[in-house]
Ligand binder design. Structure first.
Ligand code: UN1
Length: 520
């Protein structure tokens, strides 16, 4: 057994009484690493280390903090290929996507490297003489973070990098399914010279290490919480944060609509729908859940779409580099996905393509080869006859499944697109400017694409949702700064006397009224 990797607490490696394994999603025989499983006391120690490190790190000039994050970006660039392979090996997305997700973290470092030279405040005129008003962004303190396994570098970077550039320190509990990637990523911050304790990593599952970190809000050890994951867990974090008067960042689930209107470029729309539904095996929060198709092109779209779906290549992405998607990240995700096969029939939907788990007896023609039992692989699955109100339409499935929904016209399409509890991303395919305009102004979603997919956020645009997809916080770009700083308003009075605003303000005394009509 390989030596267990310890938590990264205050610059030390800390072992735990118990450990857990992280195995390759594509090949269960491949042990990627063994990790310490954090106790509550260790999570507390990590919070204490972060609190101590805050003194030095928050006093480090922001441009210097930015330079350090630029060095992390350089290290990520140097290690891009190794990291991408580790992402693919550990959680199973394709190498092309894994490279893209490392690039997203590089882009994030680049953006916030230069933000360290801005972090602008304002100068505001005072109503009193010899007095200056200014505002400053100040760091919040210690940030607890829990992240998911599907974007194990990009999404953590959206949180860690802006938190650090603004002077906060971090305790991060990465997904246990991506512990090796998290460890490798955190090592690059050490390499770049981040002071000990500014970024602490505690390993373990959501029910133990994750729950302990949430408890730290009640112990008063955290000033901020940031979470990407399910809406159910997000609600719990929001409640605990609320009673502690913290404002958490919550990036939660989605059931994202992709609308194809009658004038759309069909080839482009079909390709976009296939990628939106099946990239990362449907295990993205931005995955399309319902493809909503305008009646006049419904049959043509469906035929082409099913044609593409039947050509999808599926398999172990390390062994077969040309696959479109790989395995489920873990067995639980597979079982949760498999359950949805029972939802369609009672509601009257039709299974148009797909047969559950891929096995050696039941594999689609695009199966790339090898033993499908080495991981959990799912058939690409397409439902038709789905309507708003059906369970298939409403619930996030988090796997390679898509519903094709028939509507008549742009307004019916928008109504259907809005008929879910979520509101993360959305897409419309049309060449009609008016329809595109109507869609982008009426869709209830944090993100909207016109003639592009529901996925593929860029690192400098705000990322986040409305309704059950979050609590209104945004990640990425300048918008995320609001979530890791508070505004300090400063009154600097050099008059040398007591000046009372409002009460002693010298407003100009008006003279007699001018009647312009009588002047000429
Ligand atoms: C997620 O699934 O939590 O826009 C994030 C996208 C990716 C990020 C997804 N860049 O699909």
């Amino acid at each position: 057994m390989p030596t267990p990797i310890g938590h990264m607490i205050g610059g030390h490696s800390v072992e735990s009484p118990t450990t857990f394994e992280s195995r390759s999603s594509g090949n269960g025989a491949d042990l990627v690493g063994v990790f310490a499983a954090a106790t509550k006391e260790q999570v507390r120690e990590a919070c204490v280390a972060a609190r101590e490190a805050f003194v030095l790190w928050s006093a480090t000039p922001a441009p210097v903090r930015g330079e350090l994050l630029g060095k992390v970006g350089n290290a990520l660039e140097r290690e891009k290929e190794s990291l991408a392979r580790l992402v693919t090996r550990e959680m199973g997305k394709t190498l092309k996507e894994a490279r893209g997700s490392v690039q997203e973290a590089i882009d994030t470092c680049r953006f916030f490297q230069s933000e360290g030279r801005r972090l602008y405040g304002q100068t505001v005129p005072s109503e009193m003489p010899n007095k200056e008003l200014t505002t400053y962004r100040r760091p919040l303190g210690v940030v607890g973070m829990i992240t998911a396994s599907n974007f194990p570098i990009a999404v953590p970077s959206w949180k860690i990098v802006p938190a650090l550039v603004t002077g906060n320190t971090v305790v991060w509990k990465p997904s246990s399914d991506a512990s090796a990637v998290a460890y490798a990523f955190a090592k690059l911050f050490e390499e770049a010279g981040l002071p000990p304790g500014a970024l602490n990593v505690v390993f373990g599952g959501g029910r133990d290490a994750g729950a302990y970190l949430i408890d730290m809000m009640d112990e008063g050890r955290l000033n901020k919480f940031a979470f990407t994951g399910s809406t159910a867990v997000g609600r719990v974090i929001g409640e605990v944060a609320g009673r502690n008067l913290l404002h958490p960042t919550l990036e939660l689930g989605g059931k994202n609509p992709l609308v194809v209107l009658r004038d759309a470029d069909l080839d482009n729309a079909v390709q976009g729908a296939v990628f939106s539904a099946f990239a990362t095996g449907g295990q993205r929060c931005t995955t399309a859940g319902n493809v909503i198709v305008d009646a006049p092109i419904y049959e043509a779209f469906l035929e082409r779409f099913l044609g593409k779906v039947s050509e999808l290549r599926i398999g172990d992405p390390l062994a077969h580099q040309d696959v479109d998607y790989g395995p489920f990240i873990n067995e639980r995700f597979y079982h949760d996905w498999q359950d949805h096969y029972g939802w369609g029939e009672p509601d009257g939907a039709t299974l148009a393509y797909g047969k559950g788990r891929i096995t050696s007896e039941s594999a689609p023609s695009g199966w790339a080869g090898g033993d499908p039992a080495a991981g959990f692989y799912g058939w690409p699955t397409v439902w038709t006859g789905v309507e708003p109100g059906m369970r298939l339409f409403q619930e996030e499935v988090f796997g390679p499944t898509i519903n094709v929904v028939k509507v008549d016209g742009v307004d019916a399409a928008i109504d259907a697109a809005n008929a879910v509890e979520y509101g993360l991303s959305s897409a419309v395919y049309t060449m009609n400017r008016d329809w595109a305009y109507r869609f982008k102004s009426r869709i209830q979603a944090g993100m909207t694409s016109i003639n592009n997919t529901t996925v593929g956020a860029e690192a400098h645009l705000p990322f986040g949702g409305v309704k059950a997809s979050g609590n209104g916080t945004r990640e990425s770009g300048i918008w995320v700064l609001e979530n890791y700083t508070y505004w300090q308003a400063v009154n600097d009075d050099v008059s040398g006397r007591l000046q009372l605003a409002q009460m002693e303000t010298q407003y100009v005394t008006p003279s007699d009224e001018v009647d312009v009509g009588s002047l000429f």
